[in-house]
Design a protein around this ligand. Structure first.
Ligand code: F6P
Length: 367
């Protein structure tokens, strides 16, 4: 009989609906099926690196009721990590140091046999580097942005799309009643998945995504043509990473280094302002949906995906298939190399069916 394993589970990066559902599935399968011990590290790997350590035993009682809870009971962080751990130097300046060796030593001391790291591209980059240093690690792909490669879907995305679609539905009321152009800025970083999916599902008139730089003259023409046909309002959905055809994405603030530390925002206001000038008499208003897209009760399909991912991740540990991430492909959960999944970001290809569908419906993509 194989030795009883002790596994560590953690959540990293921005929170996403379904994180708790993965934790629940991991615990239920690891304890219920295999009889292992499960420990949670709080606030990603920080829980292991802090003194005293912030770790918690996870048992069937702890995870009871977690399926429907947003956020993560383990806490999370989308900056730093064991390779770029922030500390103050002797001058009081914040610098980043590599604490990965210390992390591995601490995990050995705890007797951890394997780690399940639930997170997006930033977290899986950390997983890969730790795997290369010898850690037994398995990844679970999370992000509302849906931009992780090698998986057709990440959990969290479908709830975000539901929230965004609900916002579009609600904005229709004011748009129609007041003859206004309502601009809605959505999350998604450098990918337009949330904007495109909710834009189509919500019946938006214009959808602007990072993958297709926009021309506001074209957008204004589209809205004028609608007006001339008797539709005196419009819904314009803008992904936070969308950019004008001869400009850059709108960055609100820069915190630290790397793509993850660029806080996007402001394109909604820009589009609203510029469209108001171009459209003359039409009133325009902007709504930024922000972190509402990350919260709430996970949609059933996210709960399902998160649960399938969590159970499959435990099976990968049982098979000692480390350095792999569970992925959703052709309605199955399959292992893919983490190294492959972090090679590139999954953005919307110009010939993707969503783009074709949007164009077929007469939605302006601003090009
Ligand atoms: O990756 C998820 C996400 O919500 C992005 O859509 C967004 O750009 C970013 O995180 C916002 O991060 P923060 O919560 O740190 O502002």
């Amino acid at each position: 009989m194989s030795k009883k394993k002790k596994i560590l589970v953690l959540t990293g990066g921005g929170d996403a609906p379904g994180l708790n559902a993965v934790i629940r599935a991991v615990v239920k399968h690891a304890i219920g099926t295999y009889g292992w011990e499960v420990i949670g590290s709080q606030v990603a790997f920080n829980g292991i690196l802090e003194d005293p350590m912030r770790i918690m035993p996870l048992d069937l009682k702890t995870v009871s009721g977690l399926l429907v809870r947003g956020g993560t009971i383990l806490g999370t962080i989308n900056q730093g990590g064991p390779f770029t751990f922030p500390v103050k130097n002797e001058k009081g300046v914040l610098v980043e140091i590599d604490r990965s060796d210390e992390l591995l030593a601490r995990l050995r001391r705890l007797g951890i046999d394997a780690v399940i790291n639930i997170g997006g591209d930033g977290s899986q980059r950390i997983s890969q580097k730790l795997f290369e240093k010898g850690l037994n690690i398995v990844g679970v792909p999370k992000t509302i942005d849906n931009d992780l490669d090698c998986t057709e879907m990440t959990f969290g995305f479908q709830t975000a799309v539901e929230t965004a679609t609900d916002a579009i539905d609600k904005l229709h009321a004011t748009a129609e009643s007041h003859d206004r152009v309502m601009v809605l800025e959505l999350m998604g970083r450098d990918a337009g998945w949330i904007a495109m999916a909710s834009g189509i599902a919500g019946g938006a008139d214009v959808v602007l995504i990072p993958e297709i730089p926009f021309d506001l003259d074209k957008v204004a023409d589209h809205i004028r043509a609608r007006d001339a046909r008797g539709h005196h309002f419009a819904i314009v959905v803008v992904a936070e990473g969308a950019k004008p055809k001869d400009g850059d994405a709108f960055v609100k603030e820069k915190a630290g280094v790397g793509r993850n530390n660029r806080v996007l925002g402001g394109v909604g206001d820009y589009v609203t302002r510029e469209l108001a000038k171009k459209l003359g008499g039409m009133e325009t208003r902007c709504t930024v949906l922000g972190h509402l897209q990350r919260g709430g009760v996970p949609a059933p399909m996210d709960r399902l995906l998160a649960t399938r991912f969590g159970a499959a991740a435990v099976d990968l540990v049982a098979q000692e298939k480390f350095g792999y991430m569970v992925a959703y492909q052709q309605d199955n959960i399959v292992p893919v190399k983490i190294a492959d999944a972090i090679q590139r970001y999954r953005t919307i290809a110009p010939d993707h069916n969503l783009v074709k569908t949007a164009r077929a419906l007469g939605i302006s993509l601003g090009d």
